[in-house]
Ligand binder design. Structure first.
Ligand code: 2HG
Ligand code: ZN
Length: 456
């Protein structure tokens, strides 16, 4: 009985709660948890794991539930472990620039806390107002500033984690240098809750950057995006280099009632962000790219408010596409492969599915593309997802041919599990299974996620 481990107020079993906490932002998976629990301490996480081991209960860790790969979906009677009540900042060391926090801390609250200290937590994305730092760590979240600041992994200074075997590991304790063998902290990062329940995190903060300027430029040929990236990289340090197609722009404009950034429509747009003091260099890069014919027009933010509204054009896209129940993909290849890879996928979709609208956008400066294919109104959601499922192997073959990743930043979860072999070798998957066995010998943690089913 869960009530042996937690107080009644920490357990929810009503139908509505099961539906709310039993899923993430994905649709189409069965949502059927048996209970939702809200632990409040590492001790309680340990008790939960011990209880799960002796009673053959499966646990699904759940953060802000903003995932797009079904990593926090409970489909088969699992108990969802929500971190909503472990959401506090516990400590801050100004000398180390390290915040110690609980995993349920909302990402935006960590960002706000950093700002209050005159510092900066740089990992950022559209869902940071809802996502939790523990979920960010479990999926090694990326987002819009990776080009300058790296991934969540780069900001984790230490971690306390309860493994599926019940051990409480205190990993790295905020050390910068620590050459004592395998670093379990890094193994846990991106393991999608399959090896342990994160109980506490030490997160580094960065110095506060200068005010940022945002520039949006029109790019007729998608292949020139890389040239533009290089043209700017040669002259300044970019904080972001994002792109979106005109179709993506049309959707977000309609959804959020936003004005067009440029006078005339162009096939593609790049959104760049950089330090205010780099504006002269950015203007020089802009003029150079214009001379080369790579871009045709541009706008530069004149205020923080305008910068924020230009960012909406990029950050609002995912939400604006949701009503189209798109078939989504989150792919990456080396930056140099991006133009050819984009053309491969476009060709494949146009030849096989000429009625489908392909909506491209993403973190092109990281080689990370979000491919959203929009459902034609005449097609039912089921029918469309079925077609999407038949497209996936072909799209993943194109990824594999360029040694790319079938999940750049959203994680594998349930959605990509059966396709992991397109990005990881049989030998790697066998080693992953071995690790899973060591850390979670009774297979209680996030069952059937990440690793392909053994008999599939
Ligand atoms: C983004 O970059 C998010 O906007 C979501 O990663 C991407 O919904 C998507 O495809
Ligand atoms: Zn993204």
């Amino acid at each position: 009985m869960l009530s042996e481990v937690l107080a009644p107020k920490q357990i929810k079993e009503d139908a509505e709660s099961l539906q709310i906490w039993g899923k993430d932002w994905t649709n189409g998976f069965v949502v059927a948890p048996s209970a939702i629990v809200f632990p409040e301490s590492i001790e309680q996480l340990k008790d939960l794991v011990a209880h799960a081991r002796s009673n053959h209960v499966k646990l699904v860790p759940s953060g802000g539930r903003t995932g797009l790969s079904g990593g926090a979906v409970a489909s088969q009677g699992e108990v969802v472990v929500s971190f909503d009540r472990m959401n506090q900042i516990l400590d801050f060391s100004a000398k180390d620039r390290i915040v110690t926090c609980q995993p349920g801390l909302i990402t935006a609250n960590l960002q706000a806390f950093a700002a209050e200290q005159g510092l900066f937590y740089p990992v950022d994305f559209a869902s940071s107002g809802s996502s939790q730092i523990g979920g960010n760590v479990a999926t090694n979240a990326g987002g819009i500033k990776v080009i300058r600041y790296g991934l969540t992994r780069d900001w984790v200074a230490g971690m306390k984690v309860v493994t599926g075997s019940g051990a409480l590991l205190d990993c790295n304790a905020g050390l910068i240098k620590n050459a004592t063998g395998y670093d379990f902290r890094h193994l846990m990062i991106g393991s999608e809750g399959t090896l342990g329940l994160i109980g506490e995190l030490d997160m580094y903060l960065a110095p506060q950057p200068q005010p940022q300027v945002v520039m949006v430029v029109g790019v007729p040929e998608v292949t020139d995006l890389l040239n533009i990236l290089n043209g700017f990289n040669d002259r300044l340090t970019l904080s972001a280099f994002e792109f979106f197609s005109d179709l993506a722009l049309q959707k977000v404009q309609a959804h959020r009632q936003l004005p067009a950034p440029l006078e005339n429509r162009v096939e593609n747009y790049a959104l760049l962000e950089f330090d205010e003091s780099d504006l002269p260099m950015a203007e020089e890069a802009f003029a150079y790219c214009m001379d080369q014919g790579w871009l045709v027009d541009g706008v530069v933010s004149q205020s923080q408010a305008q910068a924020a509204s230009l960012w909406q054009l990029r950050e609002g896209i995912s939400e604006s596409l949701a009503p189209h129940t798109p078939y989504k993909n989150d792919l990456s290849v080396r930056i140099s492969e991006v133009p050819a890879f984009l053309a491969d996928v476009d060709r494949y979709v146009q030849e096989g599915y000429p009625d489908f609208e392909v909506c491209w956008y993403g973190h092109i400066g990281d080689g990370n593309l979000h491919l959203n294919i929009l459902r034609p109104e005449s097609m039912s959601v089921d029918e469309f997802f079925h077609v999407g499922h038949t497209m996936s192997p072909k799209i993943f073959e194109l990824v594999q041919a360029r040694r790319g990743s079938i999940s750049a930043e959203h994680g594998v979860g349930l959605l990509k599990r059966d396709f992991l072999g397109y990005s990881r070798s049989d030998e790697e998957i066998a080693l992953m299974r071995g690790l899973k066995q060591v850390f979670d010998p009774d297979q209680i943690l996030n069952p059937d996620k990440l690793l392909p089913l053994a008999d599939a």
